[in-house]
Design a protein around this ligand. Structure first.
Ligand code: MF3
Ligand code: CO
Ligand code: CO
Length: 253
């Protein structure tokens, strides 16, 4: 897409957006204590929404392209966008991602984290650790003058050195006055490709890392994205602003 369409925020916008991001992150802090065996993903969704409303923010997920719930809660072999339900009950060995996007006055904020329920297989722990590290690596690539392609270049180099794989079809995105703004940020890309990073850009990075094949499949509900081999997947997401000389993570509590 044309570079002149990239929306660059003003420093005033950033102040505003910082607050919204904090609410999303606080919701993720809060939900940790409820992630236990026997709770349903629908209950977790409800608790997150009650929290967000209590802060006078609202979930941006519900109604977005007819998405029916307030959060996405993706378990085990689900890569992203799983719709919470009453029948999906957490079990001892589950790993899950809770993805929350909040909105107020036409601003949007998007963040997600991984959680474990009780016990964890060493392989699952390693996947979560590598995915968390992948997020740290992309953050180190965010500074004015760098190219967005270098984020995906560094993430994929690291992840593949650990023998895991990077999902290609789902990406980071510019965010602000709309939930998803172009251009997208690929988590695997060529060195020095794509878009030059300049101050006050705001975008998400949200690497989805799979245990084995990077291939994906979408279920009949048109939302749920699974790994094609039914093996585990993990994801972390932050929204980040580029500042005059570096970056600021806006979804920290
Ligand atoms: N939060 C997701 C993202 O990181 C998008 C979810 S869209 C929804 O971009 F409609 F499912 F909420
Ligand atoms: Co996002
Ligand atoms: Co998200």
């Amino acid at each position: 897409m044309a570079k002149n369409k990239i929306i660059i925020k003003t420093s005033e916008d950033i102040q505003w957006i910082r607050e919204a991001g904090r609410i999303a992150s606080l919701a993720l802090d809060m939900i940790g204590q409820y992630i236990k065996e026997w709770i349903s993903t629908e209950e977790l969704d409800h608790i997150c929404n009650t929290f967000i409303l209590s802060k006078w923010w609202k979930s941006a997920c519900i109604g977005y392209n007819w998405y029916p719930k307030f959060t996405c809660i993706s378990l085990n072999d689900t890569i992203c966008h799983w719709i919470p339900t009453k029948s999906e009950i957490l079990k001892t060995w589950d790993i899950l991602n809770v993805d929350i996007t909040v909105n107020k006055d036409w601003y949007f904020w998007d963040t997600s984290r991984m959680y474990t329920v009780w016990e964890i297989l060493p392989q699952a722990q390693k996947l979560i650790d590598v995915t968390q590290k992948a997020l740290d690596i992309w953050i180190s690539q965010v500074y004015p003058g760098n190219m967005t392609g270098n984020i995906g270049y560094e993430i994929s180099k690291f992840v593949e050195s650990k023998w895991f794989s990077v999902v290609l079809e789902y990406t980071g995105h510019w965010i602000g006055r709309w939930f998803h703004e172009e251009p997208y940020i690929y988590h695997k890309s060529q060195k020095n490709s794509w878009v030059k990073i300049v101050p006050w850009m705001v975008f998400t990075i949200e690497p989805m890392i799979n245990l084995w094949t990077p291939r994906t499949k979408v279920l009949n509900d048109k939302w749920t994205v699974k790994t094609q081999d039914w093996k585990l997947s993990a994801q972390f997401e932050h929204t980040i602003a580029v500042t005059e000389d570096w970056y600021e993570i806006l979804t920290l509590s």
